[in-house]
Structures are given as structure tokens and as C-alpha cells.
Design a binder for this molecule. Structure first.
Ligand code: ATP
Ligand code: MG
Length: 586
């Protein structure tokens, strides 16, 4: 039996963690004090890109590497803070020369590469509201987002434009400017578009950053669409403080770290932590411009001397599937902190990190809406495998029950309820675009309601139970899918597991499981029965699945989240709903 706590020694951490260790130090935490880590605009106000880039370019970090881009063909390019400041100013000048006004919506549809960073950071400097789009989206999801977001400027590559945008352009009357760049560095000649490289060459190096304030809109991020149609969450420049504080405390970033966030900036993690937080803290970020490949990933951890790594359960599962020998082929002497977000991290995966990479994996929790990490197993804290950790300093969380009349009951330790956060904090979203009522429903009194169910234990650690939409009520029991899925994942044959509630005359809902198998296992009646037996033994008959299907793979969003609602719709023969973010729509 494995212990339920992983307590690290300072030697394993290699540096002194940023986290205030004692309860007293934690109580003394103040946002005002932390805000001194940012400088603000010279003339007053606050701008995310100025904090992330320009202020460093004017100081001792001028020559320090900000981005280390690793291209598909094996080439690499380093961009210093000074160069990033110059290039983003040029991009902002391009926008200004086109007559783009502060507040205009700029959509960035780029594969990972320097242009994406110039678009997001240069756009923020110009005062635009920037919305990064996932480059693997097809024309329909792009059209929906550009329309809802009223995009007036689009930055994209020539090939993405031809494949995805050209056909919908006519249906987007508000789209005034399309900035294109050739993927191979050449010039672009498509009617009614601008050649970005030519305009950058003509633009000046100096740009007076738009006088935004902490309350000015900055980024528009679409949620993953796991539970329904994606929502457009609007954020503000003041979120800089949340990115800064959470990068420091939850990811334990120090200025000499080499940080790698594997998320694509088309999802909020890839922007908050793939772009902003590391730059705000003056860290060097590795940007991998290729797709997932286990051999390549281990190679990057080793050769780039990554010290802090932020990834997701879906990627960890792929690495586990690729086999331990691959991971053990290299040492990772620089690696000192590994964290995960996006889905529940099963205890098996935390232990895999400890045993195979030599470091446990630190789970943390947040949402597109929160703008940054809210709960975490931090560097200084003992890890409880399977738990999302504790609220960061300055963040107040609670488990609540919302009564019929809308009022809240704050629940005690061990009770299952909705995870809520006391508002405000600087990174919180300010609107769901075009859905005022939906936005209002997220709040009750002082609290923001997350839509996730969880419980807190007596040590103050929070445990994910399931999305409120996914929780199963069976014979009077409340069953969280996560618990059942984690038990199935303990079986050596199981690669992925998802469970749903299926209407049942006697039980109300019966638990049904779907699993996919690891490469060297074959589906068979015997394995099917063995898996049901394993679950019954681990969970007891009341909670264990009554039915189980073995599938070649499970449906996921492009950000890697299990789409239980789709399994349920298929099982019950209901319409599939919004599948715009589904990964392999076959
Ligand atoms: P939509 O809101 O459109 O259904 P989504 O909620 O999946 O999509 P995101 O904002 O990308 O969109 O994801 C946030 C959600 O991901 C959280 O509400 C939670 O359900 C899940 N999540 C994130 N981190 C964790 C974690 N560490 N453990 C468990 N669940 C997590
Ligand atoms: Mg959500």
C-alpha cells in the first residue's frame, strides 16, 4: 500500500520554495505587498504586456532569454526580453498604422511560433482585446468565435488562412484587417489581406504603450466546451497580478528557471502560463513548436535543462502509455518541479512521476473563468496524491450548497458540495460574452460558484468529486466519476476511464464505465469481467460500475478533457450537442 502523503525534503526541492511556510506567514500575505512586484505604466495605469516584457527590457533582464523556440525541423531560436520588447512594439505600430483603435478585438490564429507571441503581446500593448484561437479548429468553430467576439483584426499564417478562413471570410463583415505571414518567411500575396512581414519591416521600434488600467479588458478566452457550448470569458489587465502571484507560489518560478508549459495558447493555460506568468517573473520559457511526441518531449526536458514543467493529465497518460523505459532512458538533473492542470490527476499518475521521473507531480486547479491557479499542491507542501491541493495565499475557497432561494450554506470538512471562491481577485473574468444571465448565475453574494463538486479534508486539502453535470445519483448515493475512474485506472490494463450515470428504474441512475486499454492488452470477455470485478473489490457494489464497455479510445476535447456528456448522449441515443472542440470527431 502506498502512503497517502508525499512529503518532500528541501534537498529534493533544490531551491527554497516561494511559499510562506508557516500559517503566520500565510496570514500575513497581502495582495498590495505582492503588487509591488509589478511596476505599472510610467504615466499611471497597468498593461499586461508592459509588465511582462517592456519593464524587463528596460532593466537588468534586457539580454536575458525570454523565449526559447524549438522548431519542428530541430532549429531553435532564442529571443531576449530586449528583442521581444522591440518586436512587440513593431507589431503594435503595425496595428496603429492600420488605424486599429484600443478596444478593438484582435484574434490570433497561429501555430506555436514567434508570430503568436508578437500578436498576443503586441496586441495587448496596443490596447486591443486579444483572443487566441486554437490552430487545429476547423472553419465552423473559428467562425462562431470570430462572430461572437466581433473580431475586427485577425493575425494568421497564409496556410491557415487558405485552409480555414478564406471560405468564411465573407460571412464575417466586421473583420476589417487580416494580417498574414508566410510560414516559410516569404512574402504573401492574397487580395484583401496585409503582408505582416512587410508591415513589420516598415514599422518603428518605439511604441507608447496604450494607457490601459487594471479594469481594461485584455483577453477573451473560450472555455473548453467540455460541458456544453464554449463560453467566451473576458479578462482584464489587472490579471497580471494573479499571473504573477500564482506563477511564483503555485509553480514556484524563480528568475533563473527554465520553464516549459506544454499547453497551446489556444487554451487559457497556454496563455496565462505559456505566455504571461513566466514573462512577468522574468523567466526563460521553452516554446515547443511541434506536436506531442514522447521521445521528443523527454529529449526537451533533458537537453533544454527544463527546471519547472507544467503539463496536463492527458499528456501524462500518453507518456505513461509510451512506457517507462523511454522515460528512464535519460536523467533530468535540472528538473525540480512538475505540475499538472486541466483534469483530475489520478493518484497513479502522481506516483508514476515519483517513481519514473524521480519527482512527484503537483496537481493544481483552476478554470478559464478564474484566469489563474486557485488551488495547488505547492512546492513547499506535502502532496496528497489525488488532491487538488490548498487555496493559494490571498484566495479564499469554500465548499457550499446553494439553497432553492439562491442563498448559500457553507459546508464543513468532508461534506461534498460546490467549490466556491470568494470574490474578487484580480484575475477573475468580468463577463461571458453575449451571456449576461449565464454570467450572473455564477455568483451568489460574495462567492463565485465554479460548477465543480469537491470536498475539503481536515488538513485543508481539496478533493475533486466531479463536474456538477457529471455527478451520479445511484440508490441514494452521490457518486463522483473521478473516484470510480481512478479505481479503474489502477488496473494495469486500463489506459483511460470515464464513467456516466445511466437512468435505471430501481437505482435512479446506474454507473456505467467506458475504458480504453494500454497498447499490449486485447479486449476480451474475460478482461471485461475482470475489470468489473476489480472495481467492485476496490469500491464496493454500491459505487462500482454495473456495466462496462471497452472502446478503442474515449472522446476528448482538443484541450484533452474527457467528454462524458458525449458518451452519455451516445449511450442514451440523444443528440450529441456542441462538438466543436471534440478532438477526433470519428
Ligand atoms: P466548459 O466550461 O466549456 O464546459 P471546461 O470547464 O472544461 O469547459 P476549462 O475552463 O478549460 O473549460 O476547464 C476548467 C475545468 O477543468 C474545471 O472547472 C474542472 O472541471 C477541470 N479541472 C481543471 N483542473 C482540474 C484539476 N486539477 N482537477 C480536476 N479538475 C480540473
Ligand atoms: Mg467550465
Amino acid at each position: 500500500m502506498r502512503p497517502n502523503l508525499i512529503d518532500k525534503t528541501p534537498a529534493e526541492l533544490r531551491v527554497t520554495p516561494n511559499w510562506p511556510a508557516t500559517a503566520q506567514a500565510r496570514a500575513a500575505f497581502s495582495w498590495e505587498e505582492e503588487a509591488k512586484g509589478l511596476t505599472g505604466l510610467p504615466g499611471g495605469g497597468l498593461n499586461l504586456a508592459y509588465e511582462a516584457v517592456d519593464r524587463h527590457a528596460a532593466g537588468p533582464l534586457r539580454e536575458h532569454c525570454a523565449l526559447r523556440l524549438l522548431f519542428r525541423d530541430g532549429c531553435r531560436r532564442e529571443v531576449s526580453y530586449g528583442e521581444l520588447a522591440r518586436q512587440t512594439s513593431r507589431f503594435a505600430n503595425v496595428l496603429r498604422n492600420l488605424g486599429v483603435q484600443p478596444g478593438a478585438r484582435l484574434f490570433v490564429l497561429c501555430n506555436r511560433g514567434l508570430e503568436l507571441y508578437l500578436g498576443v503581446l503586441g496586441g495587448l500593448k496596443a490596447g486591443c482585446v486579444v483572443s487566441p484561437l486554437f490552430s487545429a479548429f476547423g472553419p465552423e468553430p473559428l467562425e462562431t468565435r470570430l462572430r461572437l467576439g466581433e473580431g475586427s483584426v485577425l493575425l494568421t499564417s497564409e496556410s491557415l488562412y487558405r485552409r480555414k478562413v478564406a471560405a468564411i471570410r465573407e460571412r464575417l463583415p466586421q473583420l476589417k484587417h487580416v494580417l498574414l505571414f508566410d510560414d516559410n518567411g516569404g512574402s504573401v500575396q492574397i487580395p484583401a489581406t496585409h503582408d505582416l512581414r512587410r508591415l513589420l519591416d516598415q514599422a518603428g521600434d518605439d511604441f507608447p504603450v496604450a494607457p490601459t488600467t487594471a479594469d481594461s479588458p485584455s483577453l477573451l478566452h473560450f472555455t473548453s466546451g467540455t460541458t456544453g457550448t464554449p463560453k467566451g470569458a473576458l479578462h482584464v489587465h489587472g490579471a497580471a497580478l494573479t499571473h504573477y502571484v500564482t506563477g511564483k507560489y503555485a509553480l514556484d518560478l524563480h528568475p533563473d528557471d527554465v520553464f516549459w508549459c506544454t499547453a497551446d495558447p489556444g487554451w487559457v493555460t497556454g496563455t496565462s502560463y505559456g505566455i504571461l506568468a513566466p514573462l512577468l517573473l522574468g523567466v526563460t520559457s521553452v516554446v515547443d513548436c511541434a506536436d506531442f511526441d514522447a521521445v521528443r518531449w523527454y529529449g526537451i526536458l533533458k537537453s533544454e535543462q527544463v527546471s519547472v514543467w507544467y503539463t496536463a493529465p492527458t499528456a501524462i497518460r500518453l507518456l505513461i502509455k509510451a512506457g517507462d523505459e523511454l522515460a528512464r532512458a535519460h536523467p533530468y538533473p535540472a528538473l525540480r518541479f512538475v505540475a499538472s492542470v486541466g483534469e483530475p490527476l489520478n493518484p497513479e499518475a502522481v506516483w508514476w512521476g515519483q517513481e519514473v521521473l524521480g519527482l512527484p507531480i503537483h496537481d493544481n486547479w483552476w478554470q478559464t473563468e478564474t484566469g489563474g491557479i486557485m488551488l495547488a499542491n505547492t512546492a513547499a507542501m506535502a502532496i496528497k496524491p489525488g488532491s487538488m491541493g490548498q487555496p493559494l495565499p490571498g484566495i479564499e475557497a469554500a465548499i457550499v450548497h446553494q439553497r432553492e432561494d439562491g442563498s448559500l450554506e457553507i459546508l464543513g470538512d468532508e461534506a461534498i458540495g460546490e467549490l466556491a471562491l470568494k470574490q474578487p481577485w484580480s484575475g477573475m473574468f468580468r463577463a461571458y460574452l453575449g451571456q449576461e444571465e449565464r454570467y450572473r448565475r455564477c455568483f451568489a453574494g460574495d462567492w463565485y460558484l465554479s460548477g465543480d463538486l469537491a470536498r475539503r479534508d481536515a488538513d485543508g486539502y481539496y478533493w475533486f468529486v466531479g463536474r456538477s453535470d457529471d455527478v451520479i445519483k445511484s440508490a441514494g448515493h452521490l457518486i463522483g466519476p473521478f473516484e470510480v475512474e481512478s479505481a479503474l485506472l489502477e488496473h494495469p490494463a486500463v489506459a483511460e476511464a470515464a464513467v456516466i450515470g445511466k437512468p435505471d428504474e430501481i437505482l435512479g441512475e446506474a454507473v456505467k464505465a467506458f475504458v480504453s486499454l494500454k497498447g499490449d492488452y486485447q479486449a476480451s470477455a474475460a478482461l471485461h469481467d475482470e475489470l468489473l470485478g476489480h472495481a467492485r473489490k476496490r469500491l464496493g457494489a454500491a459505487v462500482a460500475p454495473k456495466e462496462l464497455d471497452i472502446l478503442p479510445s474515449l472522446p476528448r476535447t482538443r484541450s484533452g478533457k474527457l467528454m462524458r456528456r458525449l458518451l452519455k448522449a451516445r449511450e442514451l441515443g440523444l443528440p450529441e450537442g456542441d462538438t466543436s472542440t471534440l478532438e477526433n470527431p470519428t
